[in-house]
Write a protein that binds this ligand. Structure first.
Ligand code: 5GP
Ligand code: ZN
Length: 137
């Protein structure tokens, strides 16, 4: 997709601070970092959401996320990382090219956890919810 800013970075038409690259994936610093080292990992091909990737590319992105996570934790002496995808506009995805955020984390850094992202109390029982998901194709 020509007007996608992350495709422009892949093609070298837009500058970015690249921290990792292989044949299928690229990682670069977020332009508006939430913490030093805030990095985005993307497939080089334009896909919007995680489930748009085929299994092989899914595995390659996961491997790149793992490699970048190791690099970041070492580079910043960070004891932990938060890793996440805003997978669709309703979840806050602004750039419609799949990207995995990796954030170095520290004890008492004032940040939240996955548990702070959303809190809507389930109306159905866990059994009903489990059955609903199991039946979904
Ligand atoms: P989203 O909300 O779609 O998950 O996050 C998009 C991320 O892309 C944001 O964290 C934003 O700071 C980052 N971003 C937006 N434009 C650019 C850009 O031109 N270059 C880079 N490196 N990051 C960008
Ligand atoms: Zn794109």
């Amino acid at each position: 997709m020509t007007d996608c800013i992350f495709c422009q970075i892949v093609r070298g038409e837009r500058s970015a601070y690249k921290v990792y690259e292989d044949a299928e994936t690229l990682a670069f610093l977020d332009l508006f970092p939430l913490v030093e080292g805030h990095t985005l990992v993307i497939p080089k091909a334009h896909y919007i959401r995680l489930q748009d990737l085929n299994p092989d590319l899914t595995a390659r992105v996961a491997q790149a996320v793992r490699a970048v996570t190791e690099k970041l934790e070492k580079a910043f002496s960070a004891p932990a990382t938060t890793i996440g995808i805003n997978n669709g506009p309703a979840a806050g995805q602004v750039v419609p090219h799949l990207h995995v955020h990796i954030l170095p984390r520290y004890e008492n850094d004032g940040g939240g956890t996955v548990h702070s992202i959303v809190r809507t109390s389930p109306k159905r029982s866990l059994e009903e919810i489990c059955n609903l998901i199991a039946k979904s194709r």
